[in-house]
Design a protein around this ligand. Structure first.
Ligand code: ADP
Ligand code: GLC
Length: 499
């Protein structure tokens, strides 16, 4: 039997990985990081993994794509489209771009316009992506390559599994990965005929969810295997608290559901070779981290004494991420010797509250509303500790970046945060396994206590350095995750060597 880490010469598994975003081409969150890293890591294991995503503005040029399929008419009505083939920049991953200019060539984001409103035709935009993914798999196109596994991600490609099921000759197996159950892609049932979906599928045992046509439910119901991005979240979504109405279905499917923790890109997030930061450093040159703290404070106009704890935060400003918990805790937190650097965007009200605090306390609170890759790296390197008080967190990437940067994360005990951060309990500190501070309750008071606990550690330089060094030595590579996905694919595909 082949070892899962060894490429299988001549028997590469063929996988079509369908996604709606990919770093550095287009990104709204962690799905983009995963879509960049996982196909490449699978490729390194010998899997022939190709990506399919929409041709948003500029992408055709960015990947040097050439036309391979023209004049496709995936639906009985509606737009024609074409498929172009290219290569992901700085990688060997082949990428197919689905081009339908009237659907994807728009200013704004992949899901919303510039004002933050969902595109009104998202059902069509991502129904088309799902439909074409299924057609490429079952040979309903002139594409020579045939995948064995269709790996779809989140609601945007959830319908692909339903389209596969509708094809009786289909031998392709499907995997559906949930990156966030809170985004469900629920639309009016009027879309059923327009998306060529028979009404027989609009049932509780199918696509119907509280009288909506649910794209995520399609993925959860019709896919052969389900994954989510951490073992803890895989358990949590089977409970009423975090199952968001889909927990019954997920409990029913528990034997097909597993949690595979995401990795991080160690080249992109490497404090020893990060082009965005003022001073590179590593475990052996940890004192050099201080230059990044100084540069960050100066750049943002903060007045941070050496003994102050500089807290960093980079995230979408939403209920999920607990941005409001930090805001509510600020009056209490500011009684302590600490300062905050916050980068993010999201809910207008939360953005406004952050702006107001920054205006009120410019010496202690710096806020940058917007998306800024370089600043995200500078905050990871320049902060003393990193705040991630998420109410729920399927995996979370920033806590892993923080550990790699010697910036211990303060996280709530949920989802992937549980699976990646070890609380600085006395026993974990004694055994040098602690990597951060974990707290339980989603309340401002619990957050303040966690920050106090962090400050107490920070005031003990030897303990603090131990926490930093243990975090920096954690293994969060994509190889480990890719091996787990490869094992999953192998359970779906007969081993050609035994045929
Ligand atoms: P989610 O996908 O739920 O937003 P993750 O932690 O998985 O959370 O991934 C978020 C990713 O987006 C990380 O790579 C993070 O650094 C990045 N990110 C989030 N907000 C910003 C921002 N305002 N500027 C730059 N990067 C950001
Ligand atoms: C989602 C989740 C986040 C996860 C990311 C990538 O956006 O909110 O926790 O890390 O997907 O899987």
């Amino acid at each position: 039997m082949n070892s899962p880490t060894q490429p299988i010469a001549g028997h590469a598994i063929q996988v079509l990985f369908v996604t709606s975003e990919m770093h550095p081409l287009i990104k709204t969150g962690g799905l983009a990081d995963v879509s960049a890293a996982l196909p490449a890591a699978l490729g390194a294991l010998g899997v022939n993994c190709r990506v399919l995503m929409p041709a948003y503005p500029g992408l055709i040029e960015a990947v040097g794509a050439e036309l391979i399929l023209d004049g496709l008419a995936p639906f009985a009505w509606g737009p024609r489209c074409r498929v172009l083939s290219g290569q992901v920049p700085n990688s060997e991953v082949p990428i197919y771009l689905l081009d339908a200019p009237e659907l994807y060539h728009r200013p704004g984001g992949p899901y919303q316009d510039d004002s933050g409103f969902d595109w009104p035709d998202n059902a069509l935009r991502f129904g088309l992506l799902s439909r074409v993914a299924a057609q490429l798999c079952v040979g309903q196109s002139a594409l020579q390559w045939r995948p064995q596994v269709l790996h779809a991600n989140d609601w945007q490609s959830g319908l692909a599994a339903a389209y596969l099921k509708l094809n009786p000759s289909n031998a392709v197996r499907s995997v559906f990965s949930v990156h966030n159950l809170a985004f469900q892609g629920n639309f009016s049932p009027d879309w059923m005929p327009r998306l060529d979906l028979p009404w027989s599928l609009f049932a509780p045992e199918g696509l119907e969810f509280h009288n909506w046509l649910s794209f995520i439910k399609s993925g959860l119901y019709y896919s052969d295997r389900l994954t989510t991005v951490s073992p803890s979240y895989a358990k949590e979504i089977q409970t009423p608290e975090l199952g968001l109405g889909l927990d019954g279905l997920l409990r029913h499917r528990h034997e097909s559901l597993s949690g595979i923790l995401n990795g991080i890109n160690p080249n992109e997030w490497d404090p020893a070779a990060d082009p965005h930061i003022a001073q590179p450093y590593d475990q052996d040159r940890l004192d050099d981290k201080a230059a990044n703290r100084k540069a960050l404070s100066q750049q943002l106009g903060l007045n941070v004494a050496d003994d102050f704890l500089l807290l960093g935060m980079v995230s979408r400003m939403t209920y999920q991420k607990g941005s409001d918990l930090v805001l509510d805790a600020l009056p209490e937190l500011l009684r302590r010797p600490l300062a905050c650097v916050v980068l993010g965007s999201g809910d207008t009200e939360l953005e406004q509250r952050w702006r107001e605090w920054a205006a009120r306390r410019p010496d202690r609170i710096a806020v940058h509303i917007g998306y800024n890759e370089a600043l995200a790296h500078q905050i990871e390197a320049g902060s003393d500790a990193f705040l991630m008080p998420s109410r729920f967190e399927p995996c979370g990437l920033n806590q892993m970046y923080s550990m790699r940067y010697g910036t211990p994360p303060i996280v709530r005990r949920t989802g992937g945060l549980v699976d990646s951060v070890t609380d600085a309990s006395p026993s974990a500190l004694a055994s040098s396994t602690a990597t951060g501070v974990v707290f339980d309750t989603a309340s401002p008071a619990a957050l303040v206590s966690a920050v106090d606990r962090t400050r107490a550690l920070y005031e003990q330089p030897d303990l603090w350095r131990g926490l930093q060094i243990t975090g920096m030595g954690q293994e969060f590579s994509w190889t480990r995750s890719a091996v787990a996905y490869l094992e999953l694919y192998r359970t779906l595909i007969p081993d050609p060597s035994t045929a």
